[in-house]
Design a protein around this ligand. Structure first.
Ligand SMILES: [Zn+2]
Length: 813
């Protein structure tokens, strides 16, 4: 699963996470699933599923005369064992069936259950309602919302497939499957495996028969129903399909079109050819997370559907597409035996994005992505958590930045320690030994040890079964008489063991690389030099999951920017250099030089930070920026350049900004609008008014900035529609700040439409992201809004408070 990251939500989950933690072992296997056959149809009006299930099972090892199946919130009509009607006990979301005789290992039997699944009534152990994990979701089932298509989709992970069919709902079970889905003829269906047949029924419905002959875990079962355009692609002789809403049919390949190349790449690096019979991806409405790796039937949230103008700038979903695909090896083919070992699924899926970016776009792009992932982990306050964790409160707690982002950084270190050949041969062995089965972190260690011949207990104990990350302070002692430098590494907190690469640069092109081993609170390493070093680069490969405190001066940073090869060498140096442009011509000139960096993000950082209001000559810089604004191969760099030119407040650029308003790239249009507004407010506003609603939605950030500057209260309802997304889903602190201001403005206003729009959005996102506790956050904030109205002098405040309180009531339902 790919999680969405909601800003600020971490705080709430930390409070909630501070509950009792119990030991959570792998579930005992008494009976094993063998095969699952389902016949289902849907009661849209009641949001229920009518099902028949034929489950083939066998004892795992010990003889047994009964079986227990998970079945959450069912009405059970009938149970048979091998075609003979049997009694059963149904309580606490489990059916227990006496089998009538003792079955031994290897003896199969078939349980038949006729039932109605009622996902709207799902409860956990007969108590707390868990509407955020109801397994089967009906979207606008009675066609009441003109803006929403009718859809049905399922979400099995972690243990919600048993909300729509009886099963042993545990990741250590594997079963083949076949599903007969009967739906109104106008709908398309999608499930795991191959569509074997379609039969039209007399009553205007159609029955689709889906079958998968390879076994997988119950949480990976999927059904999707609705009206979709199916855009066809292939990989070798396998169908690769993209299910999107009709409106996105013409951009489906811009979004998903790299999938076949990714399948080739992942098959190559794992040494295991894509093991399944097709690959489909479907985009659904109101999805409860980011995306999910249901075997051969991946589901994506609607944010995957981007407009052409956004895709020109960046396909923001490409990483997620890689993540879910790589799960088809790590997760679907070899599955974690329990949620405690979730890392064997999620760390690899997360690391796949690094691998894909490096392969497709080069190392800079991959390293930039890894840096973001590491920052996400570091900011998440998760230092106390082991990667493999048997003690947790709720299995959903395992889906955090440790299992994902930190796990990914740990794999990156492991690969560096082993070298590429051993690492990739090791994961090939791991996949081969456990394919169509389960594994835990130790299985990974054993496979890597077997291939490499190295002991890896020290690494796994430290990183998989231990918490935290490296923190080190670096100091230097120079001895200019003996021409030696001593590098002191101090670990003030927990002491980690790790190999460390140190590059000592005496001059341009004169570099010595030292590989040392750090294993104590205090380690010192002495290196000779001929000339006083211009730079000592600690962790030169930027491979360690570490916070490093190292004192460098401006000269060091400028040398580092110009000579050290890694993306982070340039980025981290540039971030320091930009701070000194006022006082140092060298600093300023290095920033100008960064405008030519081969990697777009470095050019963008230079543009966002260049200071054109200081004492040095800026003619060269400005002509370079003018060039980038019109010619850079990245539209995001062009946009950043247009914004810099806007700040110069020079009317000479007006035609450039006006032309930019017609550019197909939304980044360029948005930047042009922002800059035009700075030099000609009237023209900018009249330009906004000519934009189509669609484009306006996509440029919401730029337009909101203008409305706020204009104090334009008439447009508050428009702004209200974007506030929550900006505050909680954007990763850009400037955007978060913009909408925090907008939130306050709307909360205090007497604008009924705006309050209404914002309240509706709170209710929608609150319900959608319950598993992230967004509903609790929403109730808090709506209560704040009620208080603000109460204290205001708004004439219609009673009416506004009623809207807010109705929203709160809907969230507390
Ligand atoms: Zn995942």
């Amino acid at each position: 699963m790919k999680k969405i990251i909601l800003a600020f939500i971490v705080l709430i989950s930390v409070q909630i996470g501070a509950q009792n933690k119990v030991y959570q072992p792998e579930r005992e296997k008494i009976n094993d699933l063998v095969h699952t056959k389902l016949k289902v149809d849907f009661n849209f009006q009641k949001q229920q599923l009518n099902g028949e299930a034929w489950i083939t099972l066998q004892p795992h090892f010990y003889p047994t005369n009964k079986v227990t199946l998970d079945a959450k919130s069912f009405e059970i009509k009938e149970v048979k064992v091998n075609n003979v009607k049997y009694g059963f006990n149904y309580s606490d979301n489990e059916i227990t069936i006496e089998l009538g005789k003792v079955y031994k290992k290897g003896e199969q039997y078939e349980v038949y259950v006729k039932y109605i699944a009622k996902p709207e009534e799902v409860t956990q152990k007969g108590s707390k309602s868990i509407t955020d994990a109801k397994g089967l979701y009906f979207i606008d089932p009675n066609d009441e919302d003109p803006n929403k298509p009718t859809q049905i989709w399922t979400q099995g992970e972690t243990e919600s497939s048993s909300c729509w069919f009886p099963t042993i709902d545990s990741p250590n079970q594997k079963t083949t499957q076949e599903i007969y889905m009967t739906v109104p003829s106008k709908y398309i269906t999608l499930s795991n495996g191959t569509l074997k047949s379609q039969t039209n029924n007399a009553n205007g419905t159609r029955t689709d028969y889906w079958k998968m002959d390879q076994k997988h875990a119950p949480y990976l079962f999927f059904m999707g129903v609705g009206e979709f355009s199916v855009v066809k692609d292939t990989w070798k002789n396998i169908n690769v399909d993209y299910y999107v809403e009709k409106e996105y049919e013409n951009v489906a390949k811009d979004i998903f079109g790299n999938t076949p190349e990714m399948i080739t790449f992942f098959s190559d690096i794992t040494g295991i050819e894509y093991p399944w019979d097709k690959y489909s991806q479907i985009v659904v409405r109101d999805y409860v997370s980011g995306a999910m790796e249901n075997t051969t039937a991946v589901v994506h949230a609607e944010d995957a559907q981007q407009k052409k103008g956004q895709l020109i700038d960046e396909n923001e979903w490409e990483g997620t597409i890689a993540h879910e695909l790589f799960h088809h090896w790590f997760g679907d083919l070899v599955t974690t035996e329990s949620w405690a070992n979730l890392t064997v699924n999620e760390s690899f899926a997360t690391y796949s994005v690094y691998l894909w970016f490096a392969h497709k776009y080069g190392k800079d792009r991959a390293d930039a992505h890894m840096y973001q992932d590491v920052q996400t982990y570091l900011q998440s306050d998760s230092e106390d958590k082991n990667l493999v964790r048997f003690f947790y409160h709720d299995k959903e707690d395992m889906f955090d930045t440790v299992s994902y982002h930190k796990g990914n950084a740990i794999l990156h270190m492991l690969r560096d320690i082993l070298g590429d050949d051993a690492f990739f041969q090791g994961i090939n062995l791991y996949l081969t030994e456990h394919k169509f089965g389960t594994a835990e972190a130790h299985d990974l260690r054993l496979a890597l040890e077997k291939v490499s011949g190295k002991d890896l207990n020290w690494f796994f104990n430290q990183w998989y079964f231990g918490n935290g990350h490296i923190k080190m302070n670096v100091t230097y002692d120079y001895n200019t008489i003996n021409n030696k430098v001593t590098v002191n590494i101090q670990q003030p907190g927990k002491v980690f063991k790790f190999p460390l690469t140190i590059d000592v640069y005496e001059n341009v092109g004169v570099k010595s690389t030292y590989n040392v081993w750090v294993d104590s609170e205090q380690n010192s390493f002495t290196f000779p030099f001929n000339k006083l070093p211009k730079l000592i680069n600690i962790d030169a490969k930027h491979i360690l999951l570490a916070e490093i405190s190292d004192k460098k001066n401006l000269e060091n940073y400028i040398f580092q920017f110009n000579n050290a090869p890694h993306y982070l060498d340039r980025r981290l140096a540039l971030e320091e250099i930009v701070k000194q442009q006022q006082n140092s011509k060298d600093a300023y000139e290095t920033v100008i030089k960064a405008l030519n960096d081969p990697y777009f993000e470095i050019r963008k950082i230079a543009l966002e930070n260049i200071d054109l209001f200081q004492k040095y000559n800026k003619k060269d810089a400005i002509s370079k920026i003018e060039y980038l604004a019109q010619n850079d191969k990245s539209t995001r760099v062009q946009a950043a350049a247009l914004k810099v030119l806007g700040k110069l407040l020079d009317p000479i650029y007006k035609p450039l900004f006006e032309r930019g308003m017609d550019n197909p790239s939304y980044a360029i249009t948005g930047a042009s609008l922002t800059s035009l507004y700075l030099i000609d407010k009237t023209s900018a506003i009249s330009n906004v008014n000519t934009l189509s609603e669609d484009v306006k939605e996509s440029l919401a950030d730029a337009i909101t900035t203008i409305y706020i500057s204009e104090n334009n209260k008439e447009e508050l309802p428009f702004i209200a529609n974007h506030v929550l997304k900006g505050m909680f889903l954007s990763e850009d602190p400037k955007i978060q700040q913009l909408y925090n201001g907008a939130f306050k403005w709307i909360a205090e206003s007497d604008n009924k439409d705006a309050i209404n729009n914002l309240t509706n959005d709170f209710v929608k996102l609150g319900n959608q992201y319950k598993k992230y506790n967004f509903d609790k956050m929403a109730v808090n904030m709506l209560n704040q809004m009620v208080q603000m109205q109460l204290l205001s002098s708004n004439k219609n405040k009673d009416e506004l408070m009623l809207i807010l309180k109705t929203g709160i009531a809907k969230l507390l339902e």
